[in-house]
Design a protein around this ligand. Structure first.
Ligand code: FUB
Length: 311
């Protein structure tokens, strides 16, 4: 008979694919997607893997920006921000996110601090495609290396959220999920750093991402290693959070998966990265590539599991 190509499969998984095909970016190896909807356009901010094929370490010096009006065609906006733009940082353009407030765009990034391990910085621009410049001249979040209890690698993977009352929040972390309020300026923490209890974000590895649907807050994150995606929900941005299980299995050929979730023109989308090949180039855990699939909700507000599409 005739193969029933493209028909939805009758289970709770998302296999319908109307995004132009994975990977969505083939001009560079890209990782750690973050997406922003602004003026009917989706801005995609990514890390930039430049490790040679035989290298087993992250080689990441700058971030890239792309945009699309249809989720199929992606325009390149080059590299609007680099580790070099932070005088106090020395390496590792790791995961990031951009948010708009009061006509400005704030780009929160993970970097290696010159003296204090992994740290979070923030850059600012009048435009979503830059140019961006360091908004502080110092780290927004970093370790105090004089304290024996400080962990050198946990201040990574910022995600930022502005709640309905205008209060902004920063979530981040590795192994532990932290959050703090941000001042209206968006460039200073406001008050103490909180740690989400382990049983509220089970097996949390890294890569928190906040989104809201209706009255429900969703905190998605990478779990285990090699990473899968899981999520928790809450009635308030400050928690408590209830684990809701798996959002996606691991990404093809990559230890990490780092996701971002947006709604655009009535559809919900999951961005993540995989290690799939970009013919003729070989992909992998240090040569990743941003992918995109549709995301669907069940009637009770839980998210259907997303299966990576590979073509
Ligand atoms: O890309 C470097 C690091 O790997 C990110 O900060 C993590 O989320 C993981 O993807």
């Amino acid at each position: 008979g005739t193969p029933n190509l493209g028909a939805p499969v009758p289970d709770d998984r998302n296999r319908i694919h109307r995004t132009g095909g994975n990977p969505i970016i083939t001009s560079h190896f890209t990782a750690d997607p973050a997406a922003l909807v602004h003026n009917e356009r989706v801005y995609l901010y990514t890390g930039h893997d430049v490790a040679p094929d035989n290298d087993s370490s992250y080689r990441m010096h700058d971030w890239l920006c792309f945009s699309s009006t249809n989720m199929v065609d992606w325009e390149e906006h080059g590299s609007p921000l680099s580790v070099k733009d932070f005088s106090w940082a020395k390496a590792d353009a790791w995961a990031s996110q951009v948010i708009q407030r009061d006509g400005k765009f704030y780009w929160y990034v993970s970097v290696e601090h010159s003296e204090r391990g992994k740290a979070i910085g923030v850059a600012v621009s009048d435009s979503p495609i830059g140019p961006f410049k360091d908004a502080r001249g110092s780290a927004l979040v970093s370790n105090d290396m004089t304290k024996a209890t400080d962990i050198g690698w946990d201040d990574i993977d910022p995600t930022v959220w502005i709640d309905d009352d205008g209060q902004a929040y920063l979530f981040w972390g590795n192994q532990k999920c932290y959050w703090a309020k941000l001042k209206r300026s968006m460039t200073e923490l406001d008050g103490e750093i909180h740690v989400i209890a382990d049983d509220q974000v089970r097996e949390f590895t890294e890569a928190p991402w906040i989104h809201k649907r209706g009255a429900t807050y969703y905190l998605s994150y990478a779990t285990g290693f090699p990473e899968k995606l899981s999520y928790s929900t809450a009635d308030k941005i400050t928690g408590p959070w209830t684990p809701r299980g798996r959002l996606a299995e691991g990404a093809q050929n990559s230890n990490t998966i780092h996701q971002a979730i947006i709604t655009f023109q009535g559809n919900d989308y999951l961005f993540y990265h995989s290690g799939m090949n970009q013919h003729p180039n070989v992909g992998g855990s240090y040569r990743r590539t941003v992918c995109l699939d549709l995301l669907h909700y069940n009637d009770d507000g839980t998210m259907k599991r997303v299966i990576q599409t590979t073509e």
